[in-house]
Design a protein around this ligand. Structure first.
Ligand SMILES: [Zn+2]
Length: 248
């Protein structure tokens, strides 16, 4: 696979060090952030998980983040409230309808894009990392099987690393922040295979943008479609769907 320019930094040489390096990982409750966090843990980082309650449509996502954090054995799971519905501008943070049955290969940025979300979240992670004395941030962005979001691209991550050095006391004093993006060059199927190899339980995760009442997923939003395609290509069934009385 093509290699994502930077940031994977798997720190292969110190996984057994007695004091693992702390990393702040953005944990949404989705499949990607769970897998990215697990990879960071397997690389020897101690995980400080940050979940932002930004006004997501569904509390199920937050419950999933808590379950995933517990499964990962994070040192701390910090939940911050920052209601982005005050800003709006996204189907996920307003009353705009979430698209269903869209062609996910269609060009353009869909209405589920949340304005500047990853910039905002990484800024929160950076602030917490600096307070903790950590220099490593982990985010499960993915530039292949994604929905066209501009803040999932490698050039955005590289720019944020530059910003982190300029924006912080730690940076000015010689520290260097790394934003680890272990999934950025992987397809969804590759992500799922990697997670399965690490023994992850994807039943704990939540991906759907717009689950119908009483159901865990809709099957037709971009996120459900991309997840289903990923499991199909990975060659095994989605345990979340298996566990929830399949209808597809
Ligand atoms: Zn869905």
């Amino acid at each position: 696979m093509t290699s994502p320019l930077h940031s994977i930094t798997p720190s292969p040489h110190h996984p057994l060090t007695p004091s693992p390096r702390p990393a702040v990982v953005l944990l949404s409750g989705g499949l990607d952030s769970y897998t990215a966090a697990a990879i960071a843990k397997s690389d020897g980082f101690s995980l400080h998980a940050l979940t932002v309650r930004y006004g997501q449509r569904h509390v199920r996502e937050l419950e999933a983040a808590r379950q995933v954090a517990a499964a990962l054995g994070v040192v701390i799971h910090l939940e911050l409230d920052l209601d982005l519905r005050g800003i709006g501008g996204s189907a996920l943070t307003s009353n705009l309808a979430v698209p269903h049955g869209r062609d996910v290969n269609e060009r353009g940025i869909p209405s589920t894009y949340v304005p500047a979300r990853n910039t905002i979240f990484l800024s929160l992670a950076l602030g917490w990392a600096e307070a903790l004395g950590a220099q490593d941030l982990v985010i499960g962005v993915n530039a292949l099987d994604y929905s066209g979001y501009p803040d999932c691209r490698p050039e955005f991550i590289a720019a944020f690393e530059s910003l982190a050095g300029l924006a912080t006391r730690a940076g000015v004093e010689g520290g260097r922040f790394s934003v680890h993006t272990p999934l950025i060059g992987l397809s969804k199927a590759q992500i799922i295979r990697r997670g399965a190899a690490l023994g992850l339980d994807y039943r704990l995760t939540h991906s759907c943008y717009d689950p119908p009442p009483g159901r865990a997923f809709c099957g037709t939003c971009d996120s459900c479609v991309i997840r289903a395609k990923g499991f199909a290509e990975a060659g095994f069934p989605d345990p979340l769907i298996v566990a929830s009385a399949p209808r597809i």
